[in-house]
Design a protein. Structure first.
Length: 246
């Protein structure tokens, strides 16, 4: 019962803060991108504080020293919506996300995502979506923004690793940008389904940057997937499926 009450309280705060954040971002649309990024990062930090206060969810990050100085492609395991909020606060760099295009249609919030420069794709578009990630992603990286990609394409159960797509590594290879693998276990505290949030510590492990020079996207994908599989908290003992070569 207490978990339900605390979760409802968190959802109430999230529901109030999000439209305010969206309106602020939209109001800042004529301003430089850094202004909108600052608003987004402030909202992310505020939501994480509220999550800790109401639901007792904290996070522990290791490997932040591995982050390169130049913009990179973050290739992250995906278990919940938590990381879509936390990464801007954790990494503290300008970011663009590869997201479902349908999110842009959400009033205010979706418009704010567009204003933030997120890359909206149609997952059913196949090769066209891959080309879009590469084209728009290169533009973002050259503008000094990091690009976040969830290679599994969907949220996974805690400790379970899915097949990796190569959209993110194709982008990194095309832009000659490093790839930063990230492993986490957010699904234990913030399940992919339901509205209850459970107290605990979310672990985030940031891996050494993977150089893409002279390597194919398939090679980089396998390297990132192997690192994430080896450092995934609570991972099953079965090996993760290899990404197919393309």
């Amino acid at each position: 019962m207490l978990t339900a009450i605390r979760s409802l309280l968190f959802q109430l705060g999230l529901g109030i803060a999000t439209p305010v954040f969206a309106l602020l971002v939209l109001a800042a649309w004529p301003l430089p991108a850094n202004a909108r990024e600052l608003i987004a990062r402030t909202w992310c930090r505020a939501i994480l504080v509220w999550l800790r206060v109401t639901c007792g969810v904290r996070c522990r990050v290791t490997g932040r020293e591995h982050l390169p100085h130049e913009p990179a492609v973050i290739l992250s395991h995906h278990e919940s919506a938590w990381e879509t909020i936390a990464f801007r606060a954790i990494f503290g760099v300008p970011m663009s996300w590869v997201i479902k295009r349908s999110l842009f249609r959400i009033p205010f919030y979706g418009w704010a995502l567009r204003a933030l420069g997120e890359i909206g794709i149609d997952r059913a578009a196949g090769r066209q979506a891959l080309r879009q990630i590469e084209t728009e992603g290169v533009q973002r990286l050259r503008a000094g923004r990091w690009v976040v990609v969830f290679p599994e394409g969907t949220r996974m159960a805690p400790g379970e690793l899915g097949r990796f797509g190569q959209g993110g590594t194709r982008l990194a290879c095309a832009a000659a940008a490093p790839v930063v693998p990230v492993a986490l276990d957010s699904g234990r505290c913030w399940p992919r389904e339901g509205w209850r949030r459970y107290p605990g510590v979310i672990h985030v492990a940031v891996g050494p940057a993977i150089d893409t020079a002279g390597r194919s996207s398939a090679e980089v994908t396998r390297a990132a997937q192997a690192w994430i599989a080896a450092h995934l908290p609570g991972a099953e003992s079965t090996p993760a499926p290899e990404a197919p070569a393309r």
